[in-house]
Each structure stands twice: as C-alpha cells, then as structure tokens.
Ligand binder design. Structure first.
Ligand SMILES: [Zn+2]
Length: 308
C-alpha cells in the first residue's frame, strides 16, 4: 500500500500534513503519577481553541503521544481533531515506570507487542480510533526497569510488524543509545524512531549520536518552564544542521499542563511558530531549513505503509 499518516479521523496523504508538532499531549491526565494537579487536559473544546489559534500561524498537525499510563481517551482526542480542524495522531503502547498499570508487569514481550499492534491496526480499546504512532514509550531515571526493557523490545517488534513510527521518552535525554539498541533488537527501523526529550541534555555530542544512528532527535520541550533554555535549543538545532543532520531534527513543546494553554495565561501550542521559529531565523536559519524541520522531517517520521 502507498504510505499514509494514520490520524484519529482516518488515514491521510502524507503530503497533507503541513507544519507538524510530533510530541504533544491534547487529552491527558497524569496528575497522580506526577503528583501535580496541573498535568491535566480534559476538555476537547478548550484544547481545540488553543490549537485553532496555533493554526493561524500555520500549524496543521499535532501528535498526541498520550498512551497507557496517562489516562488516554481516544474519543476525546478525536473530538479535538473535529473541533480544531487539525490532523491529530494518537499514540499506542505504554508510558513507563510507576505510571504503568500492574497487569503490564505480568505480560511478556510477544503479548505486549500484540497489544500495541492491535492499537495501530484495529483500534485503541473499543473506541475504533486507531493509533498512528507508538509512544511515548519511556525509561525511568536511573536506568530501564525489566518491564521497560520488555516494552522497548515489544515496541520494536510492533514497529517492524506495523510500519508505524515510534516516539520515545528519555529521562532527561539519557539512555538514548540503550533505547535504540532495544528497539533495533526488537526489529525496529531506527529511521522511524523519534528519541524524545533530548533537549533536556545540552551536550551536542549526545544529539549527534542519535542522528548518526539514523533516528530523529526530539528538541521537544521548547518553552517548558522546568527546562528554560530556548537559546541553547537554538544552538542545538543549528549545531545539528551545521554538521549535516538538519534532516534529523524535530521540534515540539510536550505541552501537557493546563497552565500552558493561552486561556490560562500560558503560551499555548503556537509558541514554536510565534516565538521559536523567529529566534531560529535571527540565528541564521533560512526558509529551506525551517521547511525541512517543521514539515518534511515530521512527514518522513509519521508516514508508513500499513499491512492492510
Ligand atoms: Zn515524555
């Protein structure tokens, strides 16, 4: 079959994606896991309103990497797509660590992989909404737990079987190589993997190591209050580009907090287009580089040829 991008409203032509944010949350409830009442987006209209504002600056597609462990609600995610008019891609698979429900620890690699494959090919739970990425699949700080190692192997297996892309969560940009090793051991194609939260690690060498493996580098916590170094992010993006890896860079906000929505005094899903892209331009990024990073790289990550 021809490559498609699998959105919550159906498969679309990859050429239709336009400017895309690959690591966001639109409906999420991780209040308990983070012990933080702010990490809660529950109202499709509230989120859609923010996305419509970002669309005025050119945003066309957003990937919601909320999965098992963050109270995913696929029908509400589809409602966000309907209300905003944007393409929205939903996540499959399992988050990490103490967020995981007890039953996950009892499942072997094949069972975990089968569960992920079903979410991509049949639907998430009984919603009929199919996932278009596997992620965010994560690792705990201090090292991957045995369950997390099985989840990365299973994710690799599911990537190989479905063709669907993978989005990972690293603990502050650490363990990227270990994640890629496990995904490849499971059978994954590294060029279909976005390694997340690399911008919590400001060492350019770590970013280059990910790009050299063929994977995408997630500069995906732009404007996050806990990691306030967007000037360093500009340097990382241009550092990767200068060394020939512009084709591996992906930008996103990892927005999951109610307080980050425009209506609550935050900067919303439009921050990158309103503020960060102009900063990249001031530092020397030209139209070709920006189109590559904002449009073409997400398209290459997200497009896949389904089995059926
Ligand atoms: Zn994450």
């Amino acid at each position: 079959m021809a490559p498609i991008v699998r959105t919550v409203r159906g498969d679309v032509d990859p050429a239709d994606l336009g400017i895309t944010l690959c690591h966001e949350h639109v409906i999420v409830d991780a209040r308990e896991g983070f012990a933080d009442p702010d990490i809660y987006l529950d109202d499709p209209e509230e989120v859609a309103e923010d996305l419509r504002e970002a669309a005025r600056y050119g945003l066309r597609t957003v990937v919601d990497v909320t999965n098992v462990g963050m109270h995913r609600r696929p029908l509400a995610v589809r409602r966000v797509a309907e209300l905003s008019g944007l393409h929205v891609v939903a996540g499959a698979g399992f988050y990490h660590g103490h967020f995981l429900p007890d039953y996950v620890h009892e499942m072997d690699v094949d069972e975990l992989a089968a569960s992920i494959v079903r979410e991509v090919e049949v639907g998430i739970e009984d919603s009929g909404v199919r996932a278009g990425v596997i992620g965010e699949v994560g690792a705990s700080e201090g090292g991957l737990t045995p369950t997390e190692r099985r989840l990365f192997l299973a994710t690799g297996q599911a990537q190989r079987l479905t063709g669907a892309p993978v989005v990972t969560h690293t603990a502050l940009g650490q363990q990227a190589m270990e994640q890629l090793d496990l995904l490849e051991d499971g059978g994954a194609d590294p060029t279909k993997v976005l390694v997340g939260h690399m911008d919590c690690n400001l060492d350019l060498a770590a970013h280059l190591a990910v790009a050299e493996r063929g994977a995408f580098v997630g500069i995906d916590r732009i404007n996050a209050r806990k990691y306030p170094w967007d000037d360093k992010r500009v340097e990382l993006v241009l550092g990767l580009a200068e060394r020939g890896y512009a084709g591996r860079v992906i930008l996103s906000h990892d927005l999951s907090r109610k307080s980050r929505l425009l209506k609550n005094g935050g900067t919303g899903y439009g921050f990158i287009l309103r503020e960060f892209v102009p900063a990249l331009r001031r530092a020397g990024a030209d139209d070709n580089l920006l189109h590559l990073i904002l449009v073409e790289n997400p398209c290459h990550l997200l497009a896949f040829a389904p089995r059926q």
